[in-house]
Design a protein around this ligand. Sequence first.
Ligand code: ATP
Length: 291
Amino acid sequence: MTHERENIIEIKNLTKSYGKKRGVKAISLSVRQGDIFGFLGQNGAGKSTTIRSMLGLLHYQEGEIRILQMDAVKNQNEILRQVGYMPSEAMFYPSMKVKEVISFAARARKTDCSKEAARLCEVLKVDEEKKIEELSLGNRKKVSIVCAMQHRPRLLILDEPTSGLDPLMQEAFFELLLEYNRQGTTCFLSSHVLSEVKNYCRHAAIIKEGAIIRTDTVENLSKSDARYVKLTRGGQKREFVYTGKINALLHELANMQVEDVLIEEPSLDEIFRHYYEDKESGADMQKEGQI
Ligand SMILES: Nc1ncnc2c1ncn2[C@@H]1O[C@H](COP(=O)(O)OP(=O)(O)OP(=O)(O)O)[C@@H](O)[C@H]1O
């Protein structure tokens, strides 16, 4: 008998607007136990709105959200106790010491996490004796990571965890994330940085203007029928992504005076840009008969 891995996150038809302003509309997604799931979107796409709804921190108009098999609204306290959550902006009382903030967060979980907290502070080079107001934005983010991870949660929900961290700290953060994941923690992280989703996530959803436009494995998202074409014609070099039938492309090229041509698979960056491209302004996207 095969055991289907359970859904640790289940969102059905989430709609949240801020008065007349769009937040998110009819968002549905699910995340399986043990996954590292990337939630990818540009600024203002609706990532934080979705995440804050998942944790019952926002009142949403429509939809149903289940986290760890619990209802996000009815069981908010229990969910917040079990989940490791890192908000996009690390807000703490400025006059508190780092160690006070960390132990305050641990007490809210009713767990002694002092050993793990000390290890995390060492790995992330967090000075526990400093006051929050003395810390840079990046160092405040690191405190926020310790608060989210110290109780070794079953589920980590991280809103743009790496923004503001230097590259070495980003690497240290992802090493910790992978380590927890190997021990069974499911990870959900939002990002507008494609490379980190590509490098560390197994599944991803792309959100644009409040709606999910694709959800798939990162491997499948990277596959595309589109081709990246580099062309030299009349001494002029051109590069574009071609989205038509490959036979039609070859036919068009055969009828041209072409000095050189290279046709290859586009990178995930180019595919991502393609999803975000305004169709009318897609100057470097070419279809059949347009070369
Ligand atoms: N409190 C609010 N009042 C009014 N509109 C809001 C509020 N919070 C978010 N919005 C709007 O909802 C939309 C989604 O915002 P959200 O913060 O969820 O995006 P995001 O993907 O997290 O962006 P970023 O990467 O910039 O953090 C945006 O158009 C934003 O202006």
